[in-house]
Design a protein around this ligand. Structure first.
Ligand SMILES: O=c1[nH]c(=O)c2ncn([C@@H]3O[C@H](COP(=O)(O)OP(=O)(O)OP(=O)(O)O)[C@@H](O)[C@H]3O)c2[nH]1
Ligand SMILES: [Mg+2]
Length: 198
């Protein structure tokens, strides 16, 4: 079976990538499988910088083609926070604490001002290719209470007007069809055939 290596240690992201790649008969391999002890410090100040950093570091280590995802939530009323620091906004990878912090900061903010978007930068790096980056977004509104149990991160408070449900109320394939990650992958897939020929 064909496989793609993703430079991630986030199990929620890995599930998103499975929903995106498995329908094409492609297996998803993560750092848990190929580099469980490796820690990549995200020192960049943009999604793009961190995605490139993660993709190149793992690609150099494995000498193979690697995709990395750096992503986050941008809330307009919070001046773009939590942004690049989404995973560590309240506590390090503490999804529940991160949600509580966003909801507290938005207390009293009316629905029409609770607009937000998920951003995803995907970088692809490998031994014989020039590193490439693509971006995907998904527009939404931050609701006042959690809804649904699917997905990860901020999905329970991210309402998708297009589907009239929160991201955490979508099935993995429904999320894949509209998410920032799905939109970025669809751009990357246009580049993949050229990249893989090199
Ligand atoms: O509700 C969400 N649905 C999503 O679809 C989503 N995508 C990103 N995020 C948030 O942004 C952080 C990424 O930070 P991030 O790119 O550094 O990833 P990470 O540290 O979790 O894993 P890794 O890939 O770096 O190993 C994540 O932890 C989440 O808080 C999401 N939240
Ligand atoms: Mg990270």
């Amino acid at each position: 079976m064909m496989q793609v290596v993703i430079a991630t240690k986030n199990k929620g992201k890995a599930k998103d990538f499975e929903a995106l790649f498995n329908p094409f008969g492609i297996d998803v391999v993560t750092m848990f499988d190929v580099a469980p002890d490796m820690e990549i410090e995200e020192t960049g100040t943009t999604f793009e910088e961190n995605a490139i950093l993660k993709a190149q570091t793992l690609a150099n280590e494995l000498n193979t083609l690697v995709i990395a995802d750096d992503s986050g939530l941008i809330v307009d009323a919070l001046g773009g926070e939590p942004g690049v620091y989404s995973a560590r906004y309240a506590g390090d990878h503490d999804d529940e604490a991160n949600i509580v912090k966003v909801l507290q900061k938005l207390e009293g903010v009316p629905t029409e001002e609770r607009t937000a978007r998920f951003m995803c930068a995907l970088a692809i790096a490998g031994p014989n290719v020039e590193t490439k980056t693509v971006f995907g977004t998904c527009e939404g509104v931050i609701v006042e209470e959690k809804r649904g149990t699917n997905g990860f991160g901020y999905d329970p408070i991210f309402f998708v007007p297009q589907l009239d449900r929160a991201m955490a109320e979508l099935t993995p394939s429904e999320k894949a069809a509209i998410s920032h990650r799905g939109n970025a992958i669809r751009k990357l897939s246009e580049l993949l055939p050229t990249l893989l020929q090199k």
